[in-house]
Design a protein around this ligand. Structure first.
Ligand SMILES: N[C@@H](CCC(=O)N[C@@H](CS)C(=O)NCC(=O)O)C(=O)O
Length: 224
């Protein structure tokens, strides 16, 4: 049975999963959850995702939530096809750098990017409240500060998880790109941080990422 992803076109977390599905060349079906009508807060949906958030994966009766856990499941289940997104488990050094990259993204960088994005985009969408412009400036400054550290890191290695493109890079894409495309912030491409800009241009320029917006729509996606 084809893998199903419960999603909605505006879900950045679902984009993370779709990017991995495309990199791994795994066909999938998008089942739309009407986030605008609040379908994700209804008991039937919360039966699958107790937090009432998107996305959820369903494959042969198995269900999984949390986009990063879903991505890891797909990358390891379909290890033998498409792009390798997780280093060889026997290469402990590569694995160590990969885990380091995952931890930096989830623990440090995404919380800063998400906070800025939330203030500018998600909070107004979800609550109707307007963006607090002064707070947004402070939150954006925090993003710049973490990217200053990434500038140093990416001066020494090609990707965030070491010298191999991996899940650690992909995890940054949805929220970072939303900040760029929907809030018109060029922090990931700033000339002040050439190593970050080089990395960001490379990962946002990959075919898989370029297809994500078009594929986050209801229906079957065979990837042929
Ligand atoms: N940590 C979760 C976050 C999921 C999440 O925040 N999903 C958003 C869409 S990108 C959502 O469902 N928002 C609806 C809401 O907050 O009510 C994951 O990575 O799956």
């Amino acid at each position: 049975m084809v893998l199903k992803l419960y999603s909605h076109g505006i879900s950045t977390s679902a984009q993370r999963v779709i990017c991995v599905l495309v990199e791994k060349n795994v066909p999938f079906e998008i089942i739309e959850v009407d986030i605008v009508k609040g379908e994700h807060k209804e008991p039937a949906y919360k039966e699958m995702q107790p937090w009432g958030l998107l996305p959820v994966l369903e494959e042969n009766g198995f269900r999984l939530y949390e986009s990063r856990a879903i991505c890891r499941y797909i990358a390891e289940k379909y290890a033998d096809q498409g792009t390798q997104l997780v280093p060889d488990p026997t290469d402990l050094e590569a694995r160590g750098l990969f885990e380091q990259g995952l931890a930096m993204e989830a623990g440090t960088v995404d919380p800063c990017v998400f906070a800025a994005l939330n203030e500018k985009l998600f909070k107004p969408f979800k609550t109707g409240a307007s963006c607090d412009d002064e707070l947004y400036v402070v939150l954006l400054k925090r993003v710049e500060l973490v990217l200053d550290v990434y500038e140093v890191i990416l001066g020494k290695q090609r990707y965030i998880g070491g010298n191999q493109y991996s899940l650690a890079d992909i995890y940054h894409l949805p929220n970072g790109f939303a900040l760029q495309a929907q809030c018109d912030e060029q922090v990931f491409l700033s000339e002040k941080r050439p190593n970050v800009a080089r990395w960001w241009s490379e990962i946002t320029g990959r075919d898989a990422w370029k297809q994500v917006g078009e594929l986050n729509k209801p229906g079957m996606h065979t990837l042929e």
